[in-house]
Design a protein. Structure first.
Length: 436
């Protein structure tokens, strides 16, 4: 066996810049292990907690292991588990359905009653997935108008409670809740819980003030966005938006059902930019569809069952949300590698693999590992919260072998960029490695 490894220059603490240089070709797995060992063992990481596992899934060989059975906060590497579970349990063709109904009769273009919306968590009404989220609302308004409705005597309201628990994940920190990445989710959600005012047509300034940060009530924000679209389409709603969850009316008639983009389109929108709200919605959807309740408690049980079915050790995880924003999430490198291995056997693996950020190319890895052997060869999920960094995924070696790796780090005092630099250097070393 011969191998080509990349030796790495020490990190310059003063500039926080990772310097990489190629030296003489190494001579095998021992040299690769020495190269990787030298990185987290540097003095500046003396107080840090590192976990690394690298395997060749084809041969079953473990190329490197360090604290692989220890628990770490995974940060956004939790999305690996959520996405893999969603593809496995719901399927790549799964769609969300939002139903629009009326409670009265339509006569002479007047709906004598309420306009009702029943949501199931569709995360696709967003700028990121539709170009401009308001165009979807305009299309919905057109559909309502096509049913002969020009005026509604009642209100726009919602019925049903698909996601009955908190709009935020378990253990999300107070300091995060005002940030875009911690916007809440509900069974109705518009533009990932955020709606920049610049995307709304200037003549229609109704409720602009509601869209200048994370929505306090995602479902009400959705109904407000729909009402704004109705105004643009010259459909009046006398009662405006009812921000209360209604009891199911005795009589409702369906107008139409709006079908989301399929799961195969949703997973890339989650993984490439590391989108928290989509992750939380998929998490609760797993609980709803497979456990009968769209709650985090239900989701945790179902996802845990799936992990055990994949052969993950029972003490190798503690799941509290779908995105990894919670600091109560804990996983081992062994758990992540097992999931990455098992999803390869799923018919939807191509969706999962293509959804991963690619080093030096796109997503959260767009500006990392450029100009190194890892560029274009590493498909991996990043993760970053305070005192937690992660990078796990797949790397194609210099001789075309696909390896699986997980690099987790917690609890350091050195700048986070230096921790990220170690992960990038390990990934580059693996991309240069020859397995035979």
């Amino acid at each position: 066996m011969r191998a080509l490894a990349v030796a790495v220059a020490p990190i310059a603490l003063s500039s926080c810049v990772t310097v990489m240089r190629t030296v003489n070709p190494a001579s095998g797995r021992a040299e690769l292990r020495h190269t990787i060992d030298s990185l987290p063992s540097q003095p500046e990481f003396r107080n840090a907690h590192w976990g690394v596992l690298i395997v060749n899934p084809r041969t079953g060989d473990t190329l490197y292991s360090k604290n692989a059975g220890k628990l770490f906060m995974p940060a956004a590497n939790m999305k690996i588990i959520t996405s893999a579970a969603a593809l496995t349990l719901l399927g790549p063709d799964y769609t969300y359905k939002t139903t629009f109904l009326k409670t009265g009769e339509v006569r002479d273009s007047l709906l004598d009653g309420d306009l009702i919306v029943i949501g199931r968590g569709d995360p696709t009404v967003s700028d990121n997935m539709r170009g401009v989220a308001t165009t979807v609302m305009d299309d919905l308004a057109d559909s309502i108008r096509a049913h002969g409705i020009r005026q509604v005597t009642g209100s726009i309201a919602r019925v049903g409670n698909a996601f009955p628990d908190s709009i935020h994940g378990y253990g999300w920190e107070w300091d995060d809740l005002g940030e875009y990445y911690a916007a809440g989710v509900d069974e109705l959600i518009f533009n990932e819980g955020m709606a920049p005012t610049t995307l709304r047509p200037p003549p229609d300034t109704v409720r602009d003030s509601l869209y200048s940060g994370p929505a306090r009530d995602p479902a009400t924000a959705y109904l407000n966005a729909l009402n704004d679209a109705l105004v643009r389409k010259h459909i009046s709603v006398d009662g405006g938006v009812n921000d209360s969850l209604l009891s199911t009316p005795i009589k409702m008639d369906t107008l139409f059902t709006f079908v989301s983009l399929p799961m195969r389109k949703i997973i890339p929108a989650l993984m490439k930019p590391s989108q928290n709200q989509i992750a939380e919605i998929l998490f609760k959807t797993i609980g709803l569809e497979r456990g009968g309740m769209g709650t985090s408690d239900s989701a945790r049980k179902i996802v845990a069952q799936q992990l055990l079915a994949w052969g993950v050790q029972p003490d190798g995880f503690a799941i509290r949300d779908g995105s990894g924003l919670s600091r109560h999430d804990l996983v081992t490198p062994e758990t992540i590698v097992k999931v990455l291995d098992k999803i390869q056997q799923d018919t939807a693996f191509a969706v999962f693999y293509d959804a991963m950020p690619i080093a030096g190319i796109d997503g959260t890895l767009k500006d990392r590992m450029k100009g190194t052997p890892a560029q274009g060869s590493v498909h991996a999920k990043t993760g970053s919260i305070a005192e937690a960094r992660s990078l796990s995924g797949y790397v194609t070696t210099a001789d075309g072998e696909r390896l699986i790796f997980s690099i987790l780090s917690n609890n350091w005092t050195t700048p986070g960029s230096e921790v990220t630099g170690v992960a990038d250097q390990i990934a580059a070393a693996l991309a240069s490695y020859r397995t035979h």
